[in-house]
Structure formats: C-alpha cells, structure tokens
Design a protein around this ligand. Structure first.
Ligand code: FAD
Length: 326
C-alpha cells in the first residue's frame, strides 16, 4: 500500500492550475495503489486554497499558515513535507514540474532517500509498482522509469499532462504542527517574479503565442502578440533570439535553455524553428507557424504554416478570434 501526496505551489492565495491536475491524478493513483490521497499546502493563504481543494477527490489536506514558509527559502516547506511523509508512511509525492517544484522535489527526494522522476507526462501502476513516462531530449526519446530499491519517491509532473476533474466528498483538513528543529538557513529578502501573462504561468497556458526575431523589436510583443494571446486566454512566449535582444525577459524564453511548454495550441510568430527552440514546444497539441519563409525549419514540424508577413496576419487573426467569441 502506498499513499499519494501532492505538494501545492501557490502565491498570493492563487494556486496553479496544475494543482488540480495533480489532485485528480493523486486520487486515481491512490486508488490503484490501495492508499489515500493527501495534499500539503503551506504559507500565507494556505487555508483558503485548502478550501478550494475540497472540491477535488482528496482524502486529507494538510495545512499550515506558518509565516516562516514564506520568509525563508525552501527549508521550512521541506521540513513540513518530510514530517507529513514520515507520518503517513511510504508515499509517492507529486509536485508540479515548475522551477519551484523541481527545486523542492529533488530536495525532498534526497531528504527521504527516495527515488526521483522528473518531467513526467504519464504514470502507470502494475502489481503495485508505479512506472513514470517522461519525454527526454526534447521529446526525441520517451523513457519509462521506476523507483529503484524504494517503494516511494518524488515525481515532478508536467503541467497540462493530465486533466483536472473536480469531485469527491470534501477532504478532511488537518492543521499541521510546526516540525521540531527545522533548520532554516536562508531568508528571502526580496522576491521578483515575472509571469508570462495574467494569472497563468507560461507552462500552464492552454494557448501560447510566441514571437521571434521576425518581430524586429520589443513593441510588437505588446501591440501584436499580447492582444492575440489575450483573445485566446493564453500567454506570450519568445525565442531566445528575442530574449537575447532584450525585447522580452528571459522568463518568456521557450526552448532548450528556456521553458518547456505543451499547450493545446502553440503559435510561432516570426520564429524559424531552430532545434533548440523546437525541443521546448514540440509536445504542443497543434503547432501553427506564421512566417514569411515557407521553407523555414518550423514548416517541417508545424501542423499549419501561414506564409506571409506577420504584421499583416497577426492583427487579422486577432480580429477573427475576437469575432468568433461574440
Ligand atoms: C546552446 C544553445 C541553446 C539555445 N537555446 C535556445 C532556446 O532555449 N530557445 C530558442 O528559441 N533558441 C535557443 N537557441 C538559439 C537558436 O539556435 C536560434 O538561434 C533561435 O531560436 C532563433 O530565434 P528566431 O527563430 O526567433 O530567429 P531566426 O532564426 O532569425 O528566425 C526569424 C524568423 O522570422 C521570420 N520573419 C522575419 N520577418 C518576418 C515577417 N515580417 N513576417 C513573418 N516572418 C518573418 C524569418 O523568415 C525567420 O524564419 C540556442 C542556441 C544555442 C547554441
């Protein structure tokens, strides 16, 4: 028997959409493993988020509003997570495959001496043993891995890989006590986070509209791409050429040295489709390229290439999307 614990990443009392995907996946996994589905939510706003989580099929939501969680770097969160995992017994811990999730996931795996599987898009259970499916080398290789020598471990789950489904009878809320002697080495002095667009993180947006060198400068990102992304309820991304030029912050960069995204729809505007860009977005549902060069590399893997001048096409497309909404 194994339990499943999800770690809830949130800020300013808003949790990420991936939390609800993890909650749904936790229920399904716990049922297959014969255990219970738990969530751990920590820091300012934790109680409010725990209430939202009661709409999902979890058994217990462990909560602490401890201010130290927000004040210090990862140590307090790890101490709480470790305490819950040790109390409820061998568990599979699911965390979002975000910057923060990867950071905390690897540390809690090391702390508990468990296995670690990163950027997972599928989980199977056979005879009580879980296997994780994870694309590597930008999706060129699909790996299946299991934990070695342990019956528990940490899995970082790619946002948008699983569907969220509300339901359940309302999880029990358990107020956590502060773990004894939780060492905290580093304090947060200032925190500045650049998000791609609105409340949605780039990695979770259902639609990503990305711009490249073809945009020619920073302005078209706000005057052309943002309105199109907003019309779709999506987020703006960029190629490294655009980030290197200082047109957008690096937090928007998609690719080998940037973020990996897998939205339902990816629109590459003025992006040639270099391999280093491709590895960050090739797992998107539908890929549309807008490029004046029909023979650009992106044409080899896009589902649709609109050949022409982006400055004419993008405003028209935005109007069409807006019109389709009314
Ligand atoms: C180690 C390493 C890591 C890297 N990591 C990344 C990474 O993470 N992400 C990333 O993106 N790149 C990365 N790169 C860079 C990558 O190799 C490419 O240089 C980069 O992706 C090119 O960006 P781009 O497509 O915007 O520019 P370009 O290749 O210059 O393409 C611009 C495109 O815009 C089109 N265009 C121009 N004007 C218009 C117009 N008016 N209308 C329509 N189309 C137009 C052109 O036809 C062209 O296809 C990395 C490179 C290295 C060496």
């Amino acid at each position: 028997m194994q339990n499943v614990i999800i770690f809830v990443e949130h800020k300013k009392e808003q949790t990420r959409k991936v939390t609800f995907e993890l909650a749904t996946q936790a229920r399904s996994l716990a049922d297959r493993l014969g255990g219970a589905a738990h969530a751990v939510v920590l820091g300012a706003g934790a109680s409010q988020i725990a209430e939202q989580l009661r709409a999902y099929p979890l058994d217990t939501v462990h909560v602490s509003e401890d201010a130290d969680v927000d004040r210090y770097l990862l140590e307090p969160s790890i101490a709480y997570l470790e305490a819950v995992a040790k109390k409820i017994g061998p568990s599979v811990i699911l965390v979002p495959n975000t910057m923060f999730g990867r950071d905390i996931g690897s540390r809690i795996a090391a702390r508990l001496g468990g296995g670690f599987a990163a950027d997972v898009t599928g989980i199977t259970v056979e005879a009580g043993v879980i296997s994780c499916v994870s694309p590597k080398l930008g999706g060129a290789l699909i790996t299946t891995c299991a934990f070695q020598n342990t019956d528990f471990g940490v899995v970082t789950v790619r946002p948008n890989a699983f569907t969220a489904q509300a339901g359940g009878n309302g999880a029990q809320i358990n107020q956590l006590e502060k773990p004894a002697a939780s060492a905290a080495y580093s304090v947060t002095i200032e925190s500045e986070v650049e998000e791609a667009s609105g409340e949605l993180g780039l990695e979770e947006a259902p639609v990503v509209v990305s711009g490249g060198r073809g945009l020619g400068g920073p302005e078209p990102f706000t005057t052309l791409l943002k309105p199109l992304a907003d019309a779709f309820g999506g987020a703006v991304g960029a190629s490294r050429a655009a980030a290197d030029a200082g047109w957008v912050p690096y937090s928007l960069q998609i690719g080998q040295t940037g973020k990996t995204v897998s939205p339902n729809l990816y629109i590459a505007v003025g992006i040639s489709g270099a391999i280093q860009h491709k590895v960050g977005m090739r797992s998107s549902g539908t890929i549309v390229a807008i490029n004046k060069d029909g023979a650009a590399a992106i044409a080899d893997f896009a589902d649709l290439v609109v050949v022409g001048d982006l400055f004419q096409i993008v405003p028209e497309l935005t109007k069409m999307v807006e019109a389709a909404k009314t």
